[in-house]
Design a binder for this molecule. Sequence first.
Ligand code: ATP
Ligand code: MG
Length: 409
Amino acid sequence: MKYDMLLLRFGELTLKGRNRNRFENTVLKHVKSVLRPFPAATIQKEYGRLYIVINGEDSESMIKELKKVFGLYSVSPVIVCPSELDAIVETSTSFLKQMPLKDGTTFKVSARRVWKKFPYSSHEMNHLVGAPLLQEFEQLKISMKDPELELRIEIRETGTYIFCEVIPAAGGFPRGSNGKAMLLLSGGIDSPVAGYSAMRRGLEVEAVHFYSYPFTSRKAKEKVMELAKVLSGYSGRIKIHLVPFTEIQTSFTTVGQDNLIITLMRRSMLRIATMLAEREGALAIVTGDSLGQVASQTLPSMNVIGRATELPLLRPLVTMDKNEIMDIAKQIGTYDLSILPYEDCCTLFVPKSPTTNPNLHVVERIEASLENLPTMLEDAVRRTESVVLTPRSVIETDRDEETIQEDWF
Ligand code: ATP
Ligand code: MG
């Protein structure tokens, strides 16, 4: 079908006044950047809506990109005709001719007269357009309540918009409108979904990933960067901090309390993320924790781990089931990457029985006994590489990093 325009609707209608303007302008800016590859398309703004005049660009590709814009709730492809009764009936008829209509498709016309000088009321238009359509298309059955096909007609002074599809878009708050947070990004299924959820709520997200050469491979690091790149498809760009974690991790294996290793590692991750947050001006840390999923995600574990930072810890997935999280991962395009089999630094050191109930005093005593720990944390921050990724980045980590993982075990 050849459309003339896309109608985009904003969400969160409870916002008023200045906030609403700020909200809409942020979305407008994001839409403009998404439409850069479609130079002929033009944008018109109206209260609560945006219109994109397609001007011969590929509307399907445009819709695919627009569906990722946070703060947009839905997109409707629209056909435009002159605001005259005959033209409206004729255009509606040819519009429906291109629709696959099954026998008995329930149907109604919803006209809205925005231009009050148009000679027929909205109600009259429902009949004036509906009646000839029912005559022309025998498959259609009128139904006022929940019809399968609702033909919407908006009559304006400059033209009449005809459409029936309302395609849901990403929703949420506009890109970066609620401040910045650091996302602990592993290669698993959960943390990319947590990152997406945080972004959808208007947070600008910078990713922090901990790797442990030579125990984890170059491939594992590349995989995480690929995941960050998918997330950048929702924000335009994402900064990722790659933190060398080998020394810190190894130091915990020397204390003789293997069941606490994960607790100790997580606390150090939070401390490093907090230092990076301070440097980058972020005000929270986001993780992919989901209550009860693994030993480090019981309430007692979360409690002891969470005390390592004073920043708010946001856990968007905390009450979600694994299958709900997996569904979102598939929807946002991270699932297939996440299930690639490369090792994560945590899985490598997982003891046989990680504790589900760590003791804060014991943990603090161990940390205090590792005199070098504060220096190692600072050193890791100093050696952190930071890279900005966009959806078009080509990812290749340094090729000289050898992995001796196989030899080690
Ligand atoms: P995920 O699927 O996100 O890996 P998970 O259910 O496998 O989560 P863990 O591996 O125990 O659980 O990790 C819990 C959270 O800790 C992750 O969601 C992530 O936020 C953070 N995390 C774990 N490993 C790393 C890492 N190597 N780098 C950065 N963050 C990490
Ligand atoms: Mg994991």
